[in-house]
Design a protein. Structure first.
Lengths: 258, 250
């Protein structure tokens, strides 16, 4: 079981492979932005590391998009050029991230945030492998989708090997569907080969805007568009702040508010 | 002077099986600036339905009658438009909204109802004063709306909004329920300040008379089975305190 898990995704060959080797310089958290593609990372020092990614289609997230019927008939038809004549090209992106915790006492955070619209597709596969004792991992991917047929896929594998006693791990995926077009697939998975751990948990939730939140804020005089922006950014603010990347923060705000 | 007129209001709500049930069966009531009206009735009589319908909650369907604010029918307006016309609803169960800070929300709401962003220095001063009056801690404004607030804090936060947004007519939906004596006093003082400072018209929905020790009503309406069955002055509340609703049951 261990071998098959470590052999990596079979479809990886078609994507560029990037290997990131963080170095240990001080006690602070090391931060790395992950690029799309396959990333296979071995952590071999007792350090605090934050890997993050942001998938944001920055073109007017809150703008009124083409009607559902128009777009879906085109996509089920043939011509892709016909679509790009009238719409900006959809964002299609894929991440396969595999992180090995090969040394005791590593503290890993893996955080992702996304905003998808129109016909954007994003896929994130995270695999975190606890090979050594007393490591901590937190994996969290959060985002919101709107548009005619945007899609988001997340699978999160956490593997706790036989030697990884004292592991503390939690992974979560939270998605906000802003209309009826988008689709989300969310697959958390946990494999535990030792019972001697601190904690291992996972969570996945996909929901819509809460009507009572909307009513409450509107009853104070705020119009629907402002309220919607407020609630979406409220849903994702913590994640964006935890990532703490000025580039992602700026793009996020710009996308929600402009 | 402002005037909220409710005329022969009939309201239905949707049940989980999508069929509708009639809750309000012809309610008529007029609230003028400076007046305090109390609607009292047992659980399930439709008091909260009245409150939510006035505020424009989309789950309540007006099937008859009218809601008129300062001469304009408002029952077709959305909740935000009604708020900008001068209505306010203090909710019985204020919702928790993650990630949206009280300060951000309040300033946006104030800008929306007054039509312009309040000057920053004045805003900070006003907000500080209003929070002090309601014994609300300063750090409160940086917390997400109602998230992790105690029952008493939520109600004080509603009255904070009432004082800050300065509506013309306010509906308080069981603001007194779940409050201990001290909190009830603080909340009542806030309401009385709003009455004194802004000539607010008030519709106080409750099923206890104890809040009426602190907020003196001009009119008391007994609400039963979707209708006002009797109206009177504060002596009516005293009778209800003694006898309950038994006189209306048969």
């Amino acid at each position: 079981m261990t071998n098959s898990f470590l052999s990596g995704p079979a479809a990886a060959q078609t994507l560029p492979i990037v290997v990131t080797s963080p170095s240990l310089l001080d006690d602070e958290t090391k931060k790395f932005q992950l690029e799309p593609g396959v990333q296979k990372i071995h952590l071999t020092q007792p350090e605090k590391v934050l890997f993050y990614l942001g998938i944001i289609n920055s073109k007017a997230f809150n703008a009124v998009t083409t009607s559902n019927s128009g777009v879906s008939s085109k996509t089920s038809g043939t011509s892709a050029t016909a679509i790009s004549d009238t719409h900006p090209a959809p964002l299609v992106t894929e991440y396969k991230i595999e992180i090995h915790l090969d040394h005791p006492d590593i503290d890993l955070q893996l955080l992702g945030v996304y905003l998808l619209k129109d016909r954007d597709h994003a896929r994130i596969e995270t695999t975190v492998i606890h090979n050594a004792p007393s490591c901590k991992s937190r994996i969290s991917v959060k985002g919101a989708l709107e548009g005619s047929s945007s899609q988001f896929y997340w699978s999160g594998d956490v593997f706790i090997g036989e030697r990884a006693i004292g592991t503390d791990t939690y992974e979560e995926n939270r998605n906000l569907l802003l209309n009826l077009g988008p689709k989300v697939t969310s697959i958390p998975n946990l494999e535990i080969l030792t019972g001697d751990i601190i904690a291992a948990g996972h969570a996945s939730a996909t929901g819509q805007l809460n009507e009572e939140h909307i009513f409450y804020l509107m009853s104070r005089g705020l119009d629907y568009q402002s309220v919607r922006k407020m609630v979406i950014s409220g849903f994702l603010n913590d994640q964006v702040e935890a990532i703490g990347s000025p580039a992602i923060t700026d793009k996020f705000k710009e996308t929600i508010y402009e | 002077m402002s005037k909220l007129e409710i005329k022969d209001l009939e309201v239905e709500v949707e049940k989980p099986d999508a069929s509708r049930i009639r809750i309000l069966k012809g309610v008529t009531l007029t609230v003028n600036s400076g007046e305090v009206h109390t609607v009292m009735g047992p659980n399930g009589s439709g008091k909260s339905t009245l409150a939510y319908t006035i505020a424009g909650h989309p789950a309540y369907y007006v099937t008859g009658g009218e809601i008129i604010m300062d001469g304009q029918p408002i029952q077709e307006l959305k909740a935000d438009q009604r708020a900008r016309a001068g209505l306010f609803l203090a909710m019985q169960y204020p919702v928790e909204i993650p990630g949206v800070s009280v300060s951000n929300f309040l300033r946006s709401a104030k800008s929306a109802v007054s039509g312009e962003a309040p000057p920053l220095r004045q805003w900070i001063k006003d907000l500080d004063q209003a929070m002090q009056n309601l014994k609300i801690a300063k750090e409160f404004t940086e917390r997400p709306i109602n998230l992790g607030f105690s029952g008493g804090e939520k109600k004080r936060a509603e009255i904070l909004q009432l004082e800050i947004l300065q509506p013309k007519i306010a509906v308080l939906d069981e603001t007194d329920s779940g409050l201990d004596v001290d909190a009830l006093k603080v909340v009542s003082e806030g309401v009385n300040r709003a009455l004194a400072n802004t000539h607010l018209g008030l519709l106080l929905v409750t099923h206890y008379t104890r809040i009426l020790r602190y907020i003196k009503p001009n009119f008391v309406h007994v609400f039963l089975d979707g209708r006002i069955v009797e109206s009177g002055g504060s002596e009516l509340a005293e009778r209800l305190e003694e006898r309950g609703y038994q006189d209306y049951r048969n």
